[in-house]
Design a protein around this ligand. Structure first.
Ligand SMILES: Cc1cc2nc3c(=O)[nH]c(=O)nc-3n(C[C@H](O)[C@H](O)[C@H](O)COP(=O)(O)OP(=O)(O)OC[C@H]3O[C@@H](n4cnc5c(N)ncnc54)[C@H](O)[C@@H]3O)c2cc1C
Length: 500
């Protein structure tokens, strides 16, 4: 989202499993493998896992950070309680990541959903039941939505879902109206298709929450593609489909477990600087200390992150344009722990939607055994103080406005500022007009022996952990097919013979 300070108090969890090398090896050592994966986020690790399952002989994962997990990171907050500094929630629709979690033995825990939501707009605090973005209250006025406003909100949501449904899921940029949609921002479209300010604001809050962006900066096509990938706006916003549970011990555990399986096939602290795909020789992937020769490489990260890698020869114009114009929105997530989830006694769910310049969204993130209360707050950014002490005071003061004075005395406070992360350009991808329709077809198309993974490349649930897992599955099949086509014998292996 919008915070702009260095993270003073962020706690990061290292790889911490046996066999996971902590730094790159001897300077300029040269190794040879079948496939190199760049990036040990969910998508990269899933790619490596699926390729080994699919019979690829040798795979190496190169990760810039000293930990795996990318945009998922578990942060210890108190007495054995761990919170998610990045990707957190999943729901019924996230079938692939839930299947992966089952295989890895990572259990889920349900989000707390009882009680009422607090709405805080223009200094007025209200409590209401209902879904988060269904316009139960009229933001900004304290008035309940009129019937007319409710009707319009329903119509607008349906209209966006219908428009999205017409897009070809794997190639939305080829839709007859793609260019038209991509010339418009969501702001412009809403201006022309709504009468009520409250309706516009409700959609705006949904966009802020999902993309960390303003509707002025978001292409209508980009919004529709996200809606299409989730199967409708209702699904994108409904807690039951996308947000009703999280992983016990944090979602980074999925990556840690995959990395453990992969063992010394994962090298940490190894930022890839250059990829040379000279048709006359082997593909070369270079870090500061290691050169890996391979038949194929999978780059598993947000297109904007690939700007840090030098490709030789230069990538095609379309692919360069995609990376150059890709927008990543950073976010600031803070968890505040209390002795008990005291807001539940007040019949509050812990959910807040606010127009505050400090904390604009809050959720109950307490451990399921009720041993403590934990509130997850998303920082609104611009007005957050630059030192951690003042930030903590500002955040707890905002929470006190929503939940009462008990919120002023937390036991623990832990934050994660993604803007200060060297290896992640952003948490979400609010693309501006004229990016997807112009460059979108380069998103998944392999370039020579270079393939692309990352949640953004998924047609389904792109931007979510589910999309990352699906992209790993998709690219692994793509690479295996390419290797076979190139004459490499890739035997079909039974799933049981997966890495280990
Ligand atoms: C604050 C926040 C909240 C979120 N909430 C949710 C949620 O509730 N539910 C949900 O489903 N999703 C959520 N997400 C999104 C989800 O976390 C991501 O979609 C997913 O984790 C992306 O995985 P990935 O593998 O595609 O990319 P990444 O996790 O970004 O992995 C890319 C990897 O590449 C590495 N890398 C980058 N450059 C190089 C280089 N040159 N050399 C080597 N390695 C490199 C990076 O260090 C990183 O490890 C959230 C994300 C954030 C940050």
């Amino acid at each position: 989202m919008k915070a702009s300070f260095a993270t003073a108090g962020a706690l990061l969890v290292g790889c911490g499993q046996r066999g996971c090398a902590t730094t790159a090896a001897v300077p300029r050592e040269t190794r040879r493998v079948d496939v190199v994966v760049v990036g040990a986020g969910l998508s990269g690790l899933m790619t490596a896992r699926e390729m080994l399952k699919g019979g690829v002989g040798s795979v190496l994962v190169l990760e810039a950070r000293q930990r795996v997990g990318g945009l998922t990171v578990s942060q210890p907050i108190a007495d054995g309680i761990v919170v998610d500094g990045g990707g957190q929630w999943v729901g019924d629709a996230h079938t692939r990541i839930l299947a992966l979690a089952k295989e890895l033995g990572v259990e889920t825990t349900e989000s707390y959903a009882s009680g009422v939501t607090v709405f805080y707009f223009n200094g007025v605090r209200m409590a209401g039941t209902g879904q988060v973005f269904d316009g139960v209250r009229m933001p900004g006025t304290g008035q309940i939505f009129t019937l007319g406003e409710r009707d319009e909100l329903r119509q607008v949501r349906q209209q966006l879902t219908d428009m999205a449904a017409e897009l070809p899921i794997d190639a939305p940029w080829d839709a007859p109206r793609a260019t038209v949609y991509d010339e418009l921002s969501v702001f412009n479209w809403l201006r022309d298709h709504t009468r009520f300010e409250g309706v516009r604001q409700t959609i705006n809050y949904a966009i802020n929450f999902t993309f960390g962006a303003k509707p002025e900066d978001l292409s209508l096509l980009c919004f529709l593609v996200a809606i299409r990938g989730c199967g409708g706006l209702e699904k994108l916003l409904a807690t039951s489909d996308a947000q009703d549970r999280s992983f016990m011990g944090g979602s980074q555990r999925l990556s840690l477990k995959m990395a453990e399986e992969l063992g010394d096939r994962v090298i940490l602290g190894a930022p890839v600087r250059r990829i040379v795909d000279d048709p006359g020789g082997p593909l070369r992937v270079e870090t500061d200390h290691l050169v890996v020769e391979a038949s194929r490489v999978v780059v598993a990260m947000m297109p904007a992150d690939t700007r840090r890698i030098r490709f030789e020869p230069r990538l095609p114009k379309l692919r360069r344009g995609l990376a150059r114009n890709w927008t990543g929105a950073p976010d600031y997530k803070v968890h505040v722990a209390y002795k008990t989830p005291f807001w539940r006694d007040l019949q509050l769910s812990g959910t807040v939607i606010a127009d505050s310049s400090v904390v604009d969204f809050v959720f109950d993130s307490s451990p399921s055994d009720g041993s403590a209360g934990v509130l997850l707050a998303f920082g609104a950014g611009e007005e957050l103080p630059s030192d951690v002490r003042s930030r903590r005071d500002a955040v707890t003061a905002a929470l006190a406005t929503y939940f009462g004075d008990e919120a002023l005395t937390p036991t623990h406070f832990v934050e994660m500022d993604w803007m200060s992360e060297e290896w992640s350009t952003g948490c979400a991808s609010p693309l501006k007009p004229q990016v997807l329709s112009v460059y979108g077809r380069a998103l998944r198309a392999p370039v020579g022996r270079i393939h692309w993974a990352g949640t953004e490349t998924s047609s389904v649930w792109n931007g979510f952990m589910e999309g990352a897992v699906r992209s790993g599955e998709r690219v692994a099949s793509e690479v295996i097919a390419a290797l076979r086509e190139g004459g490499m014998a890739v035997p079909v292996k039974a799933p049981e013979s997966a890495p280990g």
